[in-house]
Design a protein. Structure first.
Length: 297
């Protein structure tokens, strides 16, 4: 096969922002940037002939999202094809290469970044912690919902601390969407979706009486598996989440109605008003009566 001429950059309509080295050095130890800092980011439309070879790897991590066309990425002996909606993460200090298809030149959005928390993100996002690259597929119609373009957009405005932090924050938001996708993909997708359905049932009808075994059965899982998935999705064990949802609704009723605390406790699913008050204090840090007196907004 005859390849098109290699081009690292220089595409009509591209966006390409590199944070100057003096700026990176002066902000490297800032507490808002040392955990995650974007070093450069951009967008290459219809990047015909685009190909990059880094035999020694790069000092930064790199994520690439294919928006249109096709391409590929390689690290070690592993190579993956990239189509619209596909994302690939190439870890720092790892030899790699990537490029656009000759027949269907890709359009990509990408970001290089560094920081202490990248290892933790890899642990959360990759099912194979030993891989030299990993990929996720979001589908053609969902690629632009990741928001990776917000990263370079912030840096195009300037390199002040505000914009550097905003770029890192936008990148974290991308990681969160990646985590959501990673937790609902492959073989675990059905279990995760069933668990999310149970979660939504609790949110929509918190006053119902729920039993842990019944919730797990509704998700089609064992109690330990269900609890682990539920806590991964919400940050709380199922019953603790239920109590917090009931307290959330009770706060709204305390603010919006003149109902007694006892009647509100019953309405949100607590049979014992004293137990309701203890739970309320544990979650909100104050009693229902004092909460009602607080000035809010």
């Amino acid at each position: 096969m005859v390849h098109a001429p290699v081009r690292r950059e220089g595409f009509a309509g591209q966006h390409h922002v590199v944070v100057p080295l003096p700026v990176r050095r002066s902000t490297a130890k800032h507490p808002l940037l040392e955990s995650l800092c974007v070093t450069d980011a951009g967008y290459f439309p219809e990047a015909e002939g685009h190909r990059v070879e880094r035999p020694q790897g790069a000092a930064t991590h790199l994520i690439i999202v294919c928006l249109h066309g096709e391409g590929w990425a390689r690290s070690g002996n592993r190579q993956v094809a990239l189509a619209p909606g596909d994302l690939v993460w190439l870890p720092a200090d790892t030899p790699h290469a990537y490029g656009s298809s000759d027949d269907k030149p890709w359009s990509i959005v990408w970001a290089h970044f560094t920081g202490r928390e990248t290892t933790a993100w890899i642990h959360e996002l990759s099912s194979d912690k030993t891989t030299r690259l990993f990929e996720l597929s979001f589908g053609h119609h969902n690629a632009t919902t990741l928001g990776l373009e917000k990263v370079y957009a912030e840096l195009e405005v300037g390199y002040s601390l505000q914009h550097l932090v905003a770029a890192s924050t936008a990148l974290r938001a991308v990681f969160c969407r990646m985590m959501e996708r990673a937790n609902s993909s492959g073989a675990a997708k059905t279990a995760a979706e069933r668990t999310a359905t149970v979660r939504d049932e609790i949110i929509n009808r918190p006053s119902r009486r729920y039993r842990l075994k019944e919730l797990a059965a509704a998700a089609g899982l064992s109690v330990p598996h269900f609890c682990a998935l539920f806590k991964k999705q919400t940050g709380y064990a199922p019953i603790d989440f239920l109590i917090r949802e009931r307290i959330r609704v009770s706060c709204r009723l305390l603010d919006a109605t003149s109902s007694t605390i006892g009647s509100i406790a019953t309405e949100v699913g607590f049979e014992d008003p004293y137990y309701f008050s203890r739970c309320f204090h544990r979650v909100m840090g104050t009693s229902p009566r004092n909460y009602r007196k607080m000035i809010k907004g």
